[in-house]
Design a protein around this ligand. Structure first.
Ligand code: BG6
Length: 465
């Protein structure tokens, strides 16, 4: 047995997003975003055809939920403002019903000593803006900056931790390469432009936030997937892993922290003649407006090897032209989500941030395990006995602790997620929460075993294992 103590004021909590939790109420004034629209037009794409309207109903149940956060040891909680709730058309008139709702949520969190961490963009493009191209269109950058400014002005007196994006590489991958977000294109040129505009929007929002001289911090949340080569001593495998790292991690990590793009990425876009359209001072804006705080989402590593399979030219160039995925023999899997579980990855990320990104203040903003059919594990009291989740979190926290001991500037750990929530195309397939949500009983909440366990960890600021 060893005791793992964490620093005073360590952030214990969880993360969620607006689209995945809020739901809809009559007259809530919310406009449509790409998820509402995609579900209306193609419900068959969503697991069991469950759409974003039928979510965990945070809109009406937030008071109860905040009490449950307290019972599960939260001192902080990240969610997002839904852009299409605040600005139903993405620009123009603010929806006062939304302002009232977010005011009440932030006040209620603070009254319960739970610090709100707020994401501005979590995959939820307002439909009106998507119709004009979404992130492909430079006008969206301006619309986003205006939206961000409104959020800072409305809520910045109480919200002190802001995040410009959640996992900005995901709309690039999902929307423009691998077809799991709307508009589900396969177009590398568009992917590059979208990624550039997201980076630019983030830097511009940071500039506005710093200009307002509010007493808080602004950062970005990135899903960092360490790219491990099949064989570290094989230069071709190593090179493949460097490309994967440049595409999927450094494309946002470098501009966010250092204000520059990684040389390998620049080399590829130049070689492919896909340098994004930009204005004269854009690179300076990115250079001069970097983050205060980094959120790190970690679920799984990426393992790669030198390209051995034939390059598929059907849809033009793809990141996959530069590497092949590698299935490491004996890897530990979460079979429900199909993701490898590799706890040491969280340590490797933190050490990389310590050594190569100025040891910037950071925290684990998401980590978690989605499990299908959790009803199997419900006991007589109606509680999910999710020992596997406790083991998953413990094993990851041990590595966070090790990184801390070795000088990492990691400030907290947030679980994905608080209440089981709606997960995009996977809808309610895999459950991630500390608290279960019974859709058949109007979203009835019940704390899982892991939720009680997490309360103890938070109260003790550590654990023994
Ligand atoms: C993260 C996202 O990638 O992982 C969440 O920030 C998402 O929005 C979570 O729900 C779990 O992934 P998935 O694909 O199982 O929903």
């Amino acid at each position: 047995m060893k005791t793992y103590n964490f620093p005073e004021n360590f952030w214990w909590g969880s993360a969620a997003s607006g689209t995945q939790t809020e739901g809809r109420l009559p007259n809530d004034g919310k406009g449509e975003n790409i998820w509402d629209y995609w579900y209306e037009t193609n419900p068959e794409l969503f697991f069991n055809q469950v759409g974003p309207g039928k979510t965990s109903q945070f809109l009406s149940k937030y008071e109860e939920d905040i009490q449950l956060m307290k019972k599960t040891g939260h001192n902080s909680f990240r969610t997002g403002i839904q852009w299409s709730r605040l600005f139903p058309k993405g620009t123009g008139e603010v929806n006062q019903v939304a302002v009232n709702f977010y005011n009440k949520v932030f006040d209620e969190l603070l009254a319960n000593d739970i610090e709100p961490f707020i994401t501005l963009y979590h995959f939820d493009m307002p439909l009106e803006l998507q119709k004009k191209g979404g992130w492909l269109n430079r006008e969206t950058v301006d619309a986003y900056v205006a939206y961000a400014k409104t959020c800072f002005e409305l809520f910045g007196d109480r919200v002190k931790k802001w995040f410009t994006h959640n996992e900005p590489i995901v709309p690039v991958e999902g929307g423009y390469l691998y077809q799991f977000h709307y508009p589900a294109e396969v177009n590398m040129k568009h992917a590059v432009q979208v990624g550039f505009h997201e980076n630019l929007a983030s830097a511009k929002a940071i500039a506005v936030y710093h200009g307002l001289k509010l007493d808080g911090e602004i950062g970005i949340v990135l899903n960092l997937t360490p790219s491990y080569p099949r064989d570290e001593n094989n230069p071709e495998d190593l090179k493949a892993s460097q490309y994967a790292d440049a595409f999927f991690n450094r494309s946002f990590l470098d501009p966010a922290v250092k204000g520059t793009f990684p040389p390998k990425l620049i080399e590829v876009v130049k070689e492919l003649n896909m340098v994004p359209e930009m204005e004269a001072d854009d690179l300076d804006v990115i250079k001069n407006n970097t983050i205060d705080l980094l959120g790190i989402n970690y679920y799984q590593p990426r393992r790669v090897k030198a390209k051995e399979s034939a390059i598929d030219h059907t849809n033009g160039p793809m990141p996959d032209d530069y590497f092949d995925n590698y299935e490491m023999p004996g890897r530990k899997m979460n079979p429900y989500r199909g993701w490898e579980i590799y706890e040491k990855g969280i340590y490797d990320i933190l050490i990389n941030v310590r050594d190569n990104y100025g040891n910037i203040r950071c925290y684990i903003s998401e980590n978690g395990m989605g499990v299908e059919n959790e009803e199997r594990f419900i006991d007589a009291k109606g509680e999910v006995q999710d020992d596997y989740r406790i083991e998953f979190v413990t094993d990851h926290l041990k590595f966070v602790h090790q990184a801390l001991e070795e000088g990492s500037n990691v400030q907290g750990y947030h679980m994905w997620t608080c209440m089981d929530n709606w997960s995009w195309l996977n809808a309610y397939k895999n459950r991630y929460g500390f608290i279960s949500v019974d859709l058949a009983q109007d979203g009835k909440r019940t704390i899982k075993k892991s939720g009680y366990w997490f309360k103890q960890v938070s109260d003790n600021n550590g654990f023994e294992a």
